[in-house]
Design a protein around this ligand. Structure first.
Ligand code: 1CP
Length: 333
């Protein structure tokens, strides 16, 4: 059994499991080399040969316990037919929504639009490099995808006040997203994903109707994924009440962000926990890194824990610091 799976069934593992959110990406020189030659990000995600190489880059370097496929949460809006582009130093820009076209879309067309993602998983699941490791497929949560699809750019600087006023559109989109995210999960599982992670990266922006935008959609996706026989990790970044979230949504494991105080959480949550460390610690120095990582490892000494960050690794992170991080986690006894 893989170290992460052991952790998921509350067993003590021989090694301390570790992988990092956004481990396949811009902090790696070998990724940047490929990216330079491939300026269209969506096309790169749909190139199963290069995506396979990129997915395995962090495994080759750091021997993490899981590979997460090189893809993006915005592949679902792309698969639905919305235009998605990534502009340098700006981030994603999405096209207009034609809700009637989306409502007419069938499962077959959506699956065909994303077929290279599934081919990537099929190829990776045969790779010798992933022996005794997990292969993580992922989706964006309905709320986070709704944010990008309706706002059409990153909500980094906040959302406009009228963001939720077109109730018909919002309700249609929530229904569509529930349906097609499930199809994307099912296709990834059928193609070989051994764990699914749900990224609700903008959950912290929900300030009312938690039931409608957070709990109900995630509970539904978690139930669905479990029914396929695959564990599911939730990352509801920025929410205030992780305890309540776990009780309602019941993921197989909860991934915590860097604003969570792990000491306060540990007695309340009866699920395996992942993550927590502020990714900006990797931009400081080895001594500080050692101190902060050891603090997480000590706190979770007797709790099933997968080491990870509290958000994605930052592009300015030095490879040397990641090597040090892995060493600290692996050597912790
Ligand atoms: O070279 C580049 O400019 C591309 C940078 C990049 C990369 C490497 C983007 C654009 N996406 C990715 C890959 C990616 N995205 C992965 C690959 C696997 C891995 O983890 O290594 C994953 C899991 C994602 C997930 C993702 N995309 C999230 C959820 C996680 C998170 O960081 O909160 C989000 C919010 C996105 C949207 C997105 N895609 C890319 C960027 C720069 C963003 C964020 C934009 C924003 O700030 O709103």
């Amino acid at each position: 059994m893989t170290p992460i799976k052991e952790c998921l069934i509350n067993k003590r593992t021989d090694i301390n499991p570790i992988w990092l959110m956004r481990q396949a990406g811009r902090y790696l020189p070998e990724f940047r080399d490929i990216r330079k030659e491939n300026t269209n990000f969506i096309k790169l995600c749909l190139n199963e040969k290069l995506s396979e190489i990129i997915t395995l880059q962090p495994i080759d370097r750091f021997n993490f316990d899981a590979a997460i496929i090189f893809s993006d949460i915005l592949m679902v809006p792309y698969g639905l037919g919305q235009n998605v582009e990534f502009k340098k130093n700006f981030g994603p820009t999405l096209g207009n929504i034609n809700i009637n076209d989306f409502l007419d879309l069938d499962e077959k067309t959506f699956t065909e639009n994303l077929s290279p993602v599934y081919k990537l998983l099929e190829n990776l699941s045969k790779s010798d490099k992933l022996k005794n490791k997990d292969l993580i497929g992922f989706v964006g949560a309905p709320w986070t995808l709704l944010v990008y699809m309706v706002n059409k750019i990153s909500p980094k600087t906040g959302l406009p006040e009228d963001f939720l006023t077109d109730k018909t559109l919002i309700n249609h989109l929530l229904e569509l997203l529930d349906r097609f995210i499930k199809i994307h999960i099912k296709n990834q599982v059928n193609a070989g994903a051994t764990i699914i992670q749900i990224f609700d990266s903008w959950a912290g922006l929900i300030n009312k109707d938690y039931e409608k935008f957070l709990y109900k959609p995630l509970e539904s996706l978690v139930k669905f994924t479990k029914s396929l026989g695959v564990p599911v990790i939730c990352f509801p970044r920025g929410i205030l009440n992780y305890n309540e979230f776990c009780k309602v949504v019941k993921p197989s494991m909860i991934s915590i962000d860097y604003n969570v105080d792990p000491k306060k959480l540990i007695d309340k949550i009866d699920l395996p926990i992942q993550g927590g460390l502020d990714p900006s610690i990797l931009l400081t120095n080895k001594e500080n890194l050692n101190q902060k990582v050891t603090m997480y490892m000590e706190i979770f000494r007797d709790h099933p824990y997968v080491f990870n960050l509290g958000h994605g690794i930052m592009p300015d992170t030095k490879v040397e610091m990641v090597e040090e991080l892995v060493k600290i986690v692996r050597d912790f006894k």
